[in-house]
Ligand binder design. Sequence first.
Ligand SMILES: [Zn+2]
Length: 81
Amino acid sequence: MGVGGMIEEVYVSVCSVCGHPLTQEMLAGETRKTDLINYVDRCIGSITLVFCAECLEKIGQYSNGGVAEAVKRLKQDREMD
Ligand SMILES: [Zn+2]
């Protein structure tokens, strides 16, 4: 931080979904050490996920609608292409 009132943004983390750097104030949520079952590499490890507000909101929306809503979204996305 400079003397002339300039405040540099101090990033403390990275959103696990969008990859944007986050300041303490931008950090909207995180998981605590969680088991990750990796079906691709066929192994189990631990993972901590960090979310910005936008991604946290999206995850909330995606979790609520179920498969029917997801199929609807997929069709809408394809129509836009
Ligand atoms: Zn994000």
